[in-house]
Design a protein around this ligand. Structure first.
Ligand code: PLP
Length: 355
């Protein structure tokens, strides 16, 4: 740290991303990327001519991308905000709709970035405990007088609320913004996008990083009432209007145009997930019900940290968290079938060593 950093930021605890090791080849099941490449249409569209056009700025209004997303969800372009990864939407939501007085609320066990943004903007922050089974109790979020952030499905549990429960939360906070982070919704949860047509205080946030195999492109989008979208755009145009680069924009457009490829990949992941849960159950693992492209699982009597470390030694990366409530668990991304076969095989060996 230099002596120049603003005092307010000196104690800020930044987000720790999952490892992206560059040293050797791991089976990467730690950051919820897709095992499949993006749509062949994406790969085809990124031509040498498009690369040559990188000398030009991108379209700050992302007109074509916005139109494709709007069409996919049956809303108007004015209901769509596009961003450099959906993390930007969370960031801007905390910047725009919380403020010193209002503050923010989110589940105690959830996506780690919520806490970081709360700290970054010095927000009054209410963390709401989960039920004992790791589910979210919707009525805990009624009438809080705060901006609410809810990941649905939640991370790292993978458990989802039905749209009706999200609607109750939205309805019971008419004077506050409710952001529904649907990063994993395509893997079997019910989306709340329809609520956007009925309520002016809900933002549904999606990413192309997981179900559309575009983590490296950094693309996210929000669906909401036109007023909220205008507010988010105000911040984008006050920070970085060209936040979406030319090549990522093309990737997003082509991905949106290839619904079939997208749907197929989601189905494949769900199938591999269910098979993996079964295989792990045979080894004595307990897994929470997952609507995501990852599972949250533990072996009763064996430390999550130990299994994480042993897997790493065996060339498999998974995610382990040190919060006491969840330190027994590991979050494991659903990879290809052969990656999951390797995982199960290594776990079997590890259990033989440690038990
Ligand atoms: C991965 C993830 C995001 C962010 O994704 P981007 O890559 O920034 O689009 C947001 N919320 C949750 C819950 C996530 O797991």
């Amino acid at each position: 740290m230099s002596r120049f950093l603003d005092e307010r930021l000196q104690s800020l605890c930044a987000y720790t991303p999952g490892e992206q090791p560059q040293d050797k080849k791991y089976i990467k099941l730690n950051t919820n990327e897709s095992p499949f490449p993006p749509s062949p249409k994406v790969i085809e569209a990124i031509s040498a001519a498009e690369v040559a056009d990188l000398r030009l700025y991108s379209d700050p209004s992302t007109k074509v991308l916005t139109a494709e997303i709007a069409k996919r969800f049956g809303v108007l372009p004015e209901n769509i905000y596009t961003s450099n990864g959906s993390d930007d939407i969370l960031n801007f939501t905390c910047m725009a709709f919380c403020g010193a007085k209002k503050g923010v609320a989110f589940p105690e066990i959830s996506y780690g970035f919520y806490e970081v943004y709360a700290e970054l903007y010095n927000l009054d922050c209410k963390k709401i405990p989960l039920n004992a089974d790791f589910s979210i109790n919707p009525s805990d979020y009624f009438g809080l007088g705060r901006t609410i952030l809810i990941a649905n499905p939640n991370a790292p549990t993978g458990m989802a609320l039905p749209k009706s429960a999200i609607e109750e939360i939205v309805k019971n906070n008419p004077n506050d913004v409710v952001l529904v982070d649907e990063a994993y919704v395509d893997f079997g949860a019910e989306s709340s996008v329809e609520l956007v047509k009925k309520y002016k205080n809900v933002i549904v946030c999606h990413t192309m990083s997981k179900s559309r195999s575009l983590a490296g492109a950094r693309l996210g989008y929000a669906i909401a009432d036109a007023g909220l979208i205008e507010d988010l755009n105000k911040i984008k145009f006050s920070t970085n209007p060209y936040a979406i680069n030319r090549l990522s924009s093309i990737a997003g457009i082509e991905s949106m145009r290839d619904e079939e490829y997208f749907q197929n990949n989601c189905k494949k992941i769900i199938k591999i997930r269910e098979k993996t849960i079964n295989e792990l159950e045979k080894l004595g693992f307990f897994t929470l019900p997952s609507c995501a492209n990852f599972i949250f699982t533990k072996k009763i009597g064996v430390s999550g940290q130990l299994i994480y470390e042993k897997l790493r030694e065996h060339g498999i990366l998974v995610r382990h968290f040190t919060k006491p409530e969840i330190c027994d668990y590991m979050r494991i991304t659903i990879g290809s079938q052969s990656e999951m076969d390797s995982l199960v095989c290594e776990l079997e060996k590890i259990l033989g060593e440690v038990q």
